[in-house]
Design a protein. Sequence first.
Length: 90
Amino acid sequence: MKTVYIATAYGNIDKKEIVRETEQSIFYLNGRGKEERSSKKTTHSQVFDTHKEAINYIILEASIKVEQAKRNLDYYENALSILKQKYKDA
């Protein structure tokens, strides 16, 4: 069996022992010993071969979210400034 690491968008890393894989899926045994399928990449998680790759993915995703938040903050600060200027004499 092969070990893979599943990094989630929530900052968690799950270690899974898989029995086989395809280009888009991994297959592992569930608690009852039956084979289950999971996608390698979803909107909330991604499968990696190493723990380090999973960590780098989580860090990258967090960095992207921080940059998006900064852009949003700049936009709303600018909008607030415009509103204050517009209604300064009201």
